[in-house]
Design a protein around this ligand. Structure first.
Ligand code: ZN
Length: 151
């Protein structure tokens, strides 16, 4: 990871964890799921409004460490206006980057700031919690998800 990317990571994570975007309820949500990362205590509720296969709106509520909140903030930003099928593809790219394979991916755009998390395996679940919850919401699963059952 270059020094520039490391600085950007710090800046973006701090900014998004202090002022999370899309934070709050979504009264006309069509999909929702709850996520919990017991290793860190991160919790969130994710709400989606899906219309004709497109994610029109995405919001979340919850509490947790800076990485989990920044990840949820950036993930909801990245999802708006995206096809649900693209959302799944983006999650696999994001997960691959976090596990260092490949290290970066231009398709991820701003989400690339999380590349450095691959150096801290214990924080990967903090960064992926919002995404696992997204997947659960898209599949309209009613059971709360936990990062323990879905690595
Ligand atoms: Zn965490």
């Amino acid at each position: 990871m270059t020094a520039d990317l490391r600085d950007l990571y710090q800046e973006v994570v701090v900014d998004h964890s202090r002022r999370p975007r899309n934070f709050g309820p979504l009264p006309d949500a069509s999909h929702q799921a709850e996520g919990f990362n017991p290793l860190c205590g991160d919790r969130l509720n994710l709400y989606l409004k899906v219309v004709d296969g497109f994610i029109e709106d995405a919001r979340f509520e919850g509490s947790g460490c800076a990485i989990s909140m920044a990840s949820a903030s950036l993930m909801t930003e990245a999802m708006k206006g995206r096809r649900t099928t693209d959302a799944e593809a983006l999650f696999s790219d994001f997960h691959a980057m976090l596990t260092g394979n490949p290290k970066t991916n231009p398709a991820l755009g701003k989400l690339e700031v999380f590349a450095g998390v691959s150096e801290f395996p214990s924080r990967i679940k903090c960064a992926t919690l919002a995404w696992h919850t997204l997947q659960a919401a898209l599949h309209a699963e009613v059971q709360p998800v936990t990062t323990e059952s879905i690595a």
